[in-house]
Ligand binder design. Structure first.
Ligand code: IPE
Ligand code: IPE
Ligand code: MG
Length: 241
């Protein structure tokens, strides 16, 4: 029997800066090479039949980086949207964002929202871009939404449930990630999908993001398929041999 594929893969794309540094190049060159890795990984996931792919592209905390690096990343995002637009249409990919777009420069934000509108009926795969995203910030926003409903008399104490909270998160339209991958060698989540990853399998790869190839993604998925997910039960209950 073929082992199950993850429905939703989420990736912390880390290591662009170190990739550039190792070559004596500016960090911007690492981010540019990183955007090529994005293209490769989107393609392979679509081909494999993955239902949803979330890419952590820019965290709330990344706004604290030097202005020049922040502008460079925003420029690359704008270029990425223009460059990939046709492929996203052809592959029937639905694009959504996670995070608060308010601080994203106007022209880039407009392009992204236009792409989301143009792709909203696509059923090939969902590509979620986590931009100006932080998991704690997202949970605070979700809590505010719920409190707002409660104060308006539209939500009772008993109606505060896991499902209700999940529906107020930016990921409301996505299944929880089954597999969270972090490239670049660090073993941490850096404020990424903390609620949604409660039972995700975590894979940490030492490969720097710009070096991450289609074969590497396939190898991580194969590792996922060898793992036993027990969800708190015994191995026997979870159907292990
Ligand atoms: C990930 O690469 C890209 C972003 C966080 C935007 P980094 O830029 O963090 O690369 P390192 O960790 O410095 O190598
Ligand atoms: C996490 O990488 C954020 C993204 C990949 C967008 P960072 O490089 O910002 O994380 P830390 O600083 O190592 O925790
Ligand atoms: Mg980093």
């Amino acid at each position: 029997m073929r082992a199950r594929l993850p429905r939703h893969i989420a990736i912390i794309m880390d290591g662009n800066g170190r990739w550039a540094q190792a070559r004596g190049l500016p960090r911007a060159a690492g981010h540019r090479a990183g955007s090529k890795a994005v293209r490769r990984v989107v393609r392979v996931c679509r081909r494999m039949g993955i239902e949803a792919l979330t890419l952590y592209a820019f965290s709330v905390q990344n706004w604290g980086r030097p202005d020049e690096e922040v502008s460079n990343l925003m420029e690359l995002l704008g270029e990425f949207i223009i460059r990939e637009w046709q492929e996203i249409m052809d592959q029937e990919i639905r694009v959504v964002h996670l995070g608060e777009l308010r601080r994203i420069p106007g022209p880039v934000r407009e392009k992204l929202l236009a792409l989301e509108r143009a792709s909203r009926h696509h059923r090939g795969m969902t590509l979620a871009l986590a931009l100006s995203y932080g998991s704690r910030e997202e949970m605070v926003r979700a809590t505010r939404k719920m409190v707002g409903k409660a104060l308006a008399g539209k939500l009772s104490r008993q109606q505060v449930t896991e499902a209700g909270l999940a529906a107020c998160l930016d990921t409301a339209s996505l299944p929880d990630p089954d597999l969270v991958i972090r490239t670049g060698g660090e073993r941490r989540l850096s404020n990424f999908l903390l609620w949604q990853s409660a039972y995700a399998e975590l894979v940490f790869s030492d490969i720097l993001w710009p070096d991450f190839m289609q074969a590497d993604l396939r190898a991580v998925v194969a590792e996922f398929q060898r793992r036993n997910r027990r969800y708190g039960l015994t191995g026997e209950q979870a159907g292990e041999d």
